[in-house]
Design a protein around this ligand. Structure first.
Ligand code: ADP
Ligand code: AMP
Length: 208
C-alpha cells in the first residue's frame, strides 16, 4: 500500500497517518518531520530549510525531493508507506511519479475556518512526534505523551502569524494537487471534521 495523505495544514494528516501505521504496519513518511530533524541536527540543509519553515513558506522542491528520494530507498519502505506532507506542489507530484507508483491519495477535507484553532492548540511529542491538542485531543497527563511518556512541545511554526501564511501557501501551491490526483483517478475524499476515530474508519472504508 503506497498512500498519500493530502490536506491543509491542521487537516489531521499526521493524526490519521499514525493510526494507519498501526493498521497497515507500514511507515509514515513526513517531510515536515524529516526537515525538523535536519533543523535540530543543525545540518546545512536544516539551516536553509528553517528560514522557509519559520516564514510558513515551502522549502524548495529540489530539497524535499532529494530527502524523499533517499528515504524511499530505505528497507522499511519496500512493502509500502504513507506520505504525509509530500507532495505539496505539482512539480513534487510529477517527480514522485518518476520515482514510484502510488496506489491511492486520500484528501482529508476540512473547512479553513477550523485550522487556526487546531494548529495553535496542537502539541507534539519531542520523542515520537505523536500529536495532541490542548482541547480536542488532550493527553491523559498534561504535557506528557500517552504513547511514550515524552515531553510535549509547541512547534515554532504553530503560532497565529505563521499558521496564516501556511494556509495561504497551501491554497496557492498544494490545493491544485486535489485536481491533479482526481484527474488520474486516484483521489479518495474523506470529511476531516468529526471524531478522530470516525474519520479513521472512513479512511479505511475508502481504501477497501
Ligand atoms: P496535519 O498533520 O494535517 O497538519 P495534525 O494531524 O497534526 O494535522 O492535526 C492538527 C491538530 O488538530 C492536532 O492538534 C490534532 O490533535 C488535532 N486534530 C486532528 N484531527 C482532529 C479532529 N478530527 N478533531 C479535532 N482535532 C483534531
Ligand atoms: P508539516 O510538518 O507538514 O506541517 O510541515 C512543516 C513545514 O515544513 C512546512 O510549512 C514547510 O515549510 C516544510 N515542508 C514540509 N513538507 C514540505 C514539502 N513537501 N515541500 C516543501 N516544504 C515542505
Amino acid at each position: 500500500m503506497k498512500l498519500i495523505l493530502l490536506g491543509a495544514p491542521g487537516a489531521g494528516k499526521g493524526t490519521q497517518a499514525q493510526k494507519l501505521v498501526e493498521h497497515y504496519k507500514i511507515p509514515q513518511i513526513s517531510t515536515g518531520d524529516l526537515l525538523r530533524a535536519a533543523v535540530k541536527a543543525g545540518t546545512e540543509l536544516g539551516k536553509q530549510a528553517n528560514e522557509y519553515m519559520t516564514a510558513g513558506k515551502l522549502v524548495p522542491d529540489e530539497v524535499v525531493i532529494g530527502l524523499i528520494e533517499e528515504r524511499l530507498k530505505e528497507d522499511d519502505c519496500k512493502d509500502g508507506f504513507i506520505l504525509d506532507g509530500f507532495p505539496r506542489t505539482v512539480a513534487q507530484a510529477e517527480k514522485l511519479e518518476e520515482i514510484t507508483d502510488i496506489d491511492a491519495v486520500v484528501n482529508i477535507a476540512v473547512d479553513t475556518s477550523i485550522l487556526l484553532d487546531r494548529l495553535t492548540g496542537r502539541r507534539t511529542c519531542k520523542e515520537c512526534n505523536a500529536m495532541y491538542h490542548l482541547i480536542f485531543n488532550p493527553p491523559k497527563e498534561e504535557g506528557k505523551c500517552d504513547a511514550c511518556g515524552g515531553e510535549l512541545y509547541q512547534r515554532a511554526d504553530d503560532n497565529e502569524e505563521t499558521v496564516k501564511s501556511r494556509i495561504e501557501t497551501y491554497n496557492e501551491s498544494t490545493a491544485p494537487l486535489v485536481d491533479f490526483y482526481r484527474k488520474k483517478g486516484k483521489l479518495k475524499e474523506v470529511d476531516g471534521q468529526g471524531a478522530i476515530d470516525e474519520i479513521f474508519q472512513n479512511i479505511l472504508k475508502v481504501l477497501e
